[in-house]
Design a protein around this ligand. Structure first.
Ligand SMILES: Cc1ncc(COP(=O)(O)O)c(C=O)c1O
Length: 499
């Protein structure tokens, strides 16, 4: 019996397999018809079947049935050109380059995250043009899915071509004119990048500083806005990835509006991992990135501007100081209606983002936030049972970014390197003043799963133990199991009460 048939037997029908893998039935039917499950599903099959069908079985079977036959060079030189001109080989490395096959990794750093196989499958569909009517239809769905994750009706909500840094720059370049006063909050690496953007736009920055690991202090922001009348923008990071601290975006926005300033919010790490409610909180401008809790391929930056910001940018008297990021020009492509060429959109990455957002829509945004919280509680229980301490106070801890202090005398870099080489597990290091002092454990998007929590605890425990740090791996694992059991019991009680 092949693996596709074993799946059908295990789940009872093709429809049930499709349900378990959140797939269309036609895809499962195709697996059964061709007699194998494609390689990219190997990890997911092992996870969903809890190891009853191993990833290796899927890989072996798929490689036997569908071997990769593509040759990197033709056998015969076309049109009589000699196969290798000696003068040209000087530019080739001595070793012949072969196709690249990245290893399987468990990604629990600050992003990128692992990517759901449905997203990978979608990404590898044939390319189509960026003005193809089918693509244009997909763009409109993509915008509405983004409005869902941002919880906004803002018409200007779309993904920029470029990583989170492009989203950041887009907001500043469009909203800050030379001479504008901007209050910038700095409590980690990314507040520092915002400051840099203000300076490069010719704005006058007013810096509100907080300790790395603390949230932005609303009182300091209020004082700064009172002292600097006429400040046009308040900029802050909602979820500071470099420390794992969460700031109160709703309160900071309220204070800014009281003083007549617009807000720019960095939601690169918060979006989809922890509540972000753009309309309820009246956020003016916000940006994120595709590779964090959206669990997509890196290189896209979803942004959203309120109508007030759109008007503000439209009425600027000076020319926006970046051609690529000029909101008015970009809207020529992203606005519904007559679309015109602006730049060549990364079509396959956008297919992928559509699928990643659809997965969140299917799960439900509140369930998605709750999943991040649940696995954070279990991971935290395990890490604390090992004697590790969190950098951030409990009430400000981000579920998706867990920063813990590296114990005295432990070689922080060696631990990370051993986790990667021995367990294929990637975690993050500290940045700036926290370099060498903390580890950052990401639980974002598709990487935020119980199997990753348990792997992380046993791998970390085993490496620390081997390096002479006194930990009991079993204690960490049982603390995490205990936390899961408690949460299940609470949930069962809640359901009983509701029934
Ligand atoms: C809070 C925050 N802002 C901005 C960025 C920049 O995003 P990117 O690396 O995608 O350019 C990051 C990246 O980690 C981030 O964590």
């Amino acid at each position: 019996m092949n693996c596709a048939e074993r799946l059908v037997e295990m789940f009872g029908s093709q429809a049930e397999v499709a349900r378990a893998f959140q797939l269309d039935r036609a895809v499962v039917h195709h697996w059964v018809k061709t007699g194998y499950v494609p390689v990219r599903w190997a990890g997911e099959v092992e996870r969903v079947t809890q190891g009853r069908i191993s990833a290796v079985d899927i890989i072996h079977e798929a490689s036997a049935k569908n071997p990769v036959r593509v040759k990197s060079r033709p056998d015969d030189a076309p049109f009589g050109i000699p196969p290798e001109d000696p003068a040209m080989t000087q530019y080739a490395p001595a070793k012949r380059i072969t196709s690249f096959h990245p290893p399987q990794r468990t990604l629990m750093g600050p992003g990128p995250t692992e990517i759901h196989p449905r997203v990978l499958t979608t990404m590898s569909q044939p390319a189509i043009g960026y003005l193809d009517p089918v693509f244009v239809e997909m763009m409109e769905e993509l915008k509405s899915l983004l409005r869902y994750v941002y919880q906004t009706k803002n018409p200007l909500t779309f993904p920029l071509s470029g990583p989170g840094s492009v989203g950041m720059e887009f907001c500043f370049v469009n909203m800050v004119a030379p001479g504008d006063k901007v209050v910038v909050c700095q409590n980690g690496v990314f507040g520092g990048r915002m400051l840099e953007n203000v300076v490069r736009c010719g704005g006058t920055p007013i810096v509100v500083e907080d300790k790395w690991g603390d949230p932005v202090d609303p009182q300091k922001v209020e004082d700064a806005l009172k002292k600097n009348k006429g400040a046009s923008v308040l900029a802050f990071v909602h979820a500071e990835t470099s420390t794992g601290a969460q700031s109160d975006a709703k309160e900071l926005t309220r204070i800014a509006h009281k003083h007549g300033a617009l807000v720019i919010v960095d939601a690169v790490t918060s979006l989809a991992g922890t509540p972000v409610r753009v309309d309820d909180w009246e956020i003016d401008a916000i940006y994120s990135a595709s590779q964090k809790c959206l669990s997509c391929t890196p290189g896209l930056s979803p942004v959203s501007f309120s109508e007030r910001v759109v008007e503000h940018v439209r009425h600027r008297k000076d020319k926006i100081h970046s051609w690529f990021m000029d909101m008015n020009l970009l809207l020529g492509y992203w606005n519904a209606g007559a679309r015109t060429y602006h730049h060549t959109a990364p079509t396959n990455s956008l297919f992928a983002l559509h699928e990643a957002l659809l997965l969140i829509r299917e799960e439900g945004l509140e369930n998605c936030w709750a999943r991040h919280q649940r696995h954070h509680v279990a991971l935290k229980a395990g890490l604390e049972a090992m004697g590790l301490k969190f950098l951030v106070k409990e009430e400000y801890q981000l579920p998706q970014m867990n920063a813990v202090l590296c114990p005295e005398g432990v070689d922080e870099a060696q631990v990370r390197s051993r986790l990667l080489s021995e367990f294929g597990l990637e975690i993050g290091a500290g940045l700036g003043p926290l370099k060498g002092k903390i580890w950052r454990f990401g639980l974002m998007g598709y990487s935020c799963r119980p199997d990753n929590v348990m792997l992380c605890l046993s791998a970390l425990g085993s490496v620390l133990d081997d390096m002479g740090y006194p930990v009991h791996v079993g204690d960490a694992e049982s603390a995490a199991h205990g936390a899961y059991a408690q949460m299940h019991a609470k949930d069962a009680q809640r359901k009983k009460r509701a029934a």
